[in-house]
Design a protein around this ligand. Structure first.
Ligand SMILES: Nc1ncnc2c1ncn2[C@@H]1O[C@H](COP(=O)(O)OP(=O)(O)OP(=O)(O)O)[C@@H](O)[C@H]1O
Length: 650
């Protein structure tokens, strides 16, 4: 069976946002800032008090100059000035630290939200996305958000307030000199308004290029052996270098605009000093103002200059933060399976599913479920279940999950399905019924749609029309987590995750007992493998299980599925890489399991399924025939042909 291919993402999917049509970054940024408003306010207020103390310094300095000019003792004003300088510096530093702390919290929250979202994305969405780009959004974009937030907030609030207060105080000192200063501020404001959007666009370009680099790296590392064996290192390196170069160019563009903004505002501010000095000197000479007033005014201008630069820089930071927040926000807009999970300290777990089901799971294993249709259900640890329907009727559901009275097993009822709108259908009115117990095999030519049957059962995708039923109930009505908890799925390429053998076996299983673990190991003949490994079950199996053989990986995947004690076991070419002895043993195990479980297998080698209770023959997305090996040999030409090519037609 073909592993689900990852087709190239069409332009404009949210995982590859279209350049020039980014999600509103400013709104997304506001959403990130809102939960931190308390901490941000503390940081801003502390910094602000420090800045206000700074503002009082020129007044104290004016007093010192006047006292010295008139030969009066200036010790008192000097002490006050020193205290103002020290306290102002400490408070400004503290404010900066508090802002940094809130930026760290903001980023932690953003990362957690983002990773939660990514792991809940729909399978079809992840197949269209570039994993490396998604990773870059969690790492690089959130880091940018952290770096820019404190500066931006400080500039926005402290900068603005201090500037306004400084301007008022300057106006009180001399209106003419203030007029000169405001002309300068207006010049800087125009400049910033022109440059800021360009900084934002260039930053988004940089982050997108970083995302492309992540994607290229993920592609190369994901097929590392193939890249090496094909001698494709140069080719892959070239792709990475191209992405790095694009990131550099976009970064340089952003830096150039920032430099334009910073240099121009610095020059304008310096010019304003000279102009204020010239005009102020003339006004002192004509007796309009005192020398001390000019000194105080220049000190205010001195204090104002960095604020103006800070605000210009802050607007640049805002554009960068908005670019990052926009890219993070794009992921939050991708379609996800909605399952909210809250785990309390006492072990109780509350889950809200996509379909509106609420579930409370107690530590003793009891589970209460309230479905959207009003049905309440209490499930005991032993598997028994009490059901209270909305209409008040009570029912008891069997341990196997069947609805009282409903047909057990799996059924496809005229299912039509295509992976994407506008692409040819993969299933055309697929219809079959499988009883609750027994082994059912799916066979047929490559691309016939066999794996797709399993993907629909797992609800990785929804049919375009028709119904998929498990135990008499449309699977769309099953709470998603419950449905998947009932299914053990061994994929075709038996993925093994980085980590220890134990991590892999217990993936998704609550906390299996030693007995359950030993049973799963022995059923899959992994016990001998575990004994051989240097640290037994705690041996690291490497990236994607690279330290295990293909057959061992398949057995790990099978043991993982068995540990879930599934109601329905889906095996997609799950024994294809096993040696003859292991395969024969596992076939017996699977036959045993099929006595009280629904087992569906996909097999290319008919020899592995000739003894199945029933075989479903698929061709080009349709069910051609259903029967036992002998029945199908007698009445289905395609099956006969498949059997003949494998010398099984006798
Ligand atoms: N994730 C996917 N996105 C888009 N098309 C897909 C995806 N997975 C499979 N297909 C297409 O759907 C069709 C049926 O695929 P499926 O994997 O169900 O076939 P199969 O019978 O299991 O094939 P094989 O025996 O080769 O594994 C194929 O044409 C395949 O290219």
């Amino acid at each position: 069976m073909t592993a689900p291919a990852a087709p190239a993402a069409p332009a404009g999917t949210a995982a590859h946002p279209e350049p020039g049509r980014p999600r509103s970054g400013h709104r997304a940024l506001l959403e990130h800032l809102r939960p931190q408003r308390g901490r941000l306010t503390a940081g801003v207020v502390t910094g602000l008090v420090g800045s206000v103390l700074g503002l009082a310094q020129p007044l104290a300095a004016e007093r010192v100059v006047d006292d010295l000019g008139h030969g009066r003792p200036a010790a008192g004003p000097v002490v006050v000035l020193s205290l103002l300088v020290a306290a102002g510096a400490v408070l400004v530093g503290l404010g900066h630290y508090l802002l940094q702390c809130s930026a760290e919290s903001l980023v932690r929250t953003a990362r957690c939200r983002l990773t939660d979202r990514i792991l809940r994305l729909r399978v079809c969405v992840v197949e269209r996305a570039e994993p490396g780009d998604l990773i870059a959004r969690v790492t690089s974009d959130t880091t940018l958000l952290r770096q820019t937030t404190p500066l931006m907030v400080a500039a926005a609030v402290t900068g603005t307030l201090v500037t306004v207060a400084t301007v008022v105080l300057m106006g009180l000192l001399d209106a003419v000199l203030l007029g000169v200063t405001l002309t300068v501020v207006a010049l800087v404001a125009v400049l910033v308004a022109v440059v800021a959007p360009r900084i934002g666009r260039a930053t988004r370009g940089t982050q997108e290029a970083v995302g492309r680099m992540g994607a290229a790296l993920e592609r190369a590392l994901g097929a590392f052996r193939t890249v090496k064996a094909s001698g494709a290192e140069r080719q892959e390196t070239a792709a990475l270098h191209r992405a790095a170069e694009e990131a550099r160019r976009a970064g340089v563009r952003a830096a150039a605009w920032e430099a334009v903004s910073a240099t121009a505002s610095a020059v304008v501010v310096q010019v304003s000093f000279l102009v204020v000095l010239g005009v102020g000197g003339a006004r002192v000479a004509s007796g309009d103002i005192r020398v001390s007033t000019l000194v105080a005014f220049l000190l205010y201008l001195f204090a104002l200059a960095p604020r103006i630069s800070q605000m210009a820089e802050g607007v640049g930071q805002l554009q960068m933060a908005a670019a990052a927040a926009g890219r993070i926000g794009d992921v939050e807009e991708l379609a996800a399976e909605r399952t909210d999970r809250v785990r309390e300290e006492d072990g109780t777990e509350e889950v809200r599913e996509e379909d509106g089901t609420d579930r409370v799971r107690e530590e003793d294993g009891t589970e209460e479920v309230r479905e959207e249709d009003g049905t309440d259900r209490v499930r005991e640890e032993d598997g028994a279940e009490e059901v209270r329907e909305e209409d008040g009727s009570d029912g008891v559901r069997e341990e196997d999950g069947s609805a009282a009275g409903g047909p057990l097993g799996v059924a496809f009822d005229r299912v039509c399905f295509g992976y994407r709108p506008g692409t040819p259908r993969v299933h055309h009115e697929v219809t079959f019924t499988v009883p609750a117990r027994g082994l059912t095999a799916f066979v047929g030519p490559s691309g016939a749609g066999k794996t797709t049957v399993f993907s629909l059962l797992e609800r990785f995708y929804e049919p375009d029309s028709g119904r998929v039923l498990l135990d008499g109930r449309d699977i769309r009505q099953w709470p998603l987590a419950l449905l998947r908890a009932r299914i053990g799925y061994v994929e075709q390429d038996a993925p093994v995750l980085a980590g220890t053998l134990r991590d892999n076996l217990t993936l998704g299983a609550a906390d299996p007992s030693a007995g359950d673990l030993a049973r799963a190991l022995s059923l899959t003949r992994l016990d001998a493998v575990a004994d051989r490994l240097p640290h037994g079950l705690d041996t690291d199996v490497g990236h994607r299980g690279s330290r295990l053989s293909g057959g061992e990986r398949q057995r790990v995947a099978l043991a993982r599925a068995l540990l879930r004690r599934p109601r329905l076991l889906l095996l997609d070419e799950a024994t294809s890489q096993l040696d003859a002895a292991n395969e024969a043993a596992l076939r017996e195990t699977i036959a045993d399991l099929a006595r009280d479980t629904t087992v569906l297998v996909v097999a290319h080698r008919l020899s592995t399924v000739t003894s199945a209770d029933r075989i479903v023959v698929m061709e080009a997305g349709r069910v051609r025939a259903v029967g036992t090996h002998a029945e199908l040999l007698a009445r289905d030409a395609l099956y006969r042909r498949l059997a003949r090519t494998q010398s099984l037609d006798r």
